[in-house]
Design a protein around this ligand. Sequence first.
Ligand code: N2P
Length: 380
Amino acid sequence: MLWAQKRAGRVHRVIRAVAGATAAALLALGAGAARAQEEEKVLNVYNWSDYIAEDTIRNFEKETGIRVRYDNFDNNEILHAKLVAGRTGYDIVVPGSHWAKMQIEAGLLRKLDKSQIPNLKNLDPAVQAQLARMDPGNDHLVNWMWGFTAVGINVEKVRAALGGPLPDNAWDLVFKPEYISKLKGCGVSFLDSATEVVPAALHYLGKPSFSKEPSDYTQVAALLKSVRPYVTLFSASGYINDMASGSICLALGWSGDMNIARQRAIDGKTGQKIEVLMPRSGGLLFFDTMAIPADAPHPGNAHKWINYILRPEVHASLTNKVFYANPNKASRPFVKPEVASNPTVFISDADMARMVAPNSLNNDLRRLMTRTYTSFKTGL
Ligand code: N2P
């Protein structure tokens, strides 16, 4: 065979191989697209408890024919452990943005296909900017709702137990033995989560709430130890009903939860007057975000869910039910006036200026917080 013929043969073989590979790639693409189309009509959602309206799931199911399986968790630690272990089977999870940052960095969350979420246009640019601190380009996270960690009270019980005025700074109620010792008798709950209580204690001590300075944690340990005898409950969900029924009078908890307690007391005519206090030195903001796990089995349905939640009426209905602010500018006209005017749901600019924004976590910090918290909780 002539050299030229040999070369032509080789070239043809190469061309055939490339063509074959391209065809295989096209086939694979086609199969992928078909798979996306044929995605099983199921969506597995893992969200915080007491964080959704009654008809949110029902309406989505009716409209799309997708069946929603909905599970609850109570703190970021639990969700994070599941994501790290992998194969959760969940399509939508709702981590706090500072936790999500770690999860993005670890490759645990999927990049959003924004073309499937046209309702992103409804989002408040200010909230998007907040989230971009943790998720550059807003590529992985969409805010579900946001609120703050603070202090809630049963007004009459606390007044009676203190026998004097409330402190100027509401944080004193939970962190100053002089106050909290008087409230033990009517029941005191702390959030059951290291990364809620420890940052609040750091903030109370005038330290950065996500301090990287180990000696700050020694001070937190001492502070927490001094109030430990007066804490009667550790809870991140049950405390809502305990407040509403009057079986606790003071909580270190989340703004919306404590507003839910207030509403449940009114609806259930329990006679308890619950109030969420805005600490003078500010509360601790959080932004809980919808995200799709990297190994989610139904990412197509997950995008549909995110786009559905971002409808103005849907987002407003969440806020109306659970008293957390949503990031959806277009939803404002659908928020009930009594919710829109509640200063612990939509926060004034002055209060906002005092709030502490969440900061990045990392594994070392998390461990430090967990150690500090565990010895507080167990009293060791
Ligand atoms: C749960 C509210 C979640 C707030 N009811 C804290 N991320």
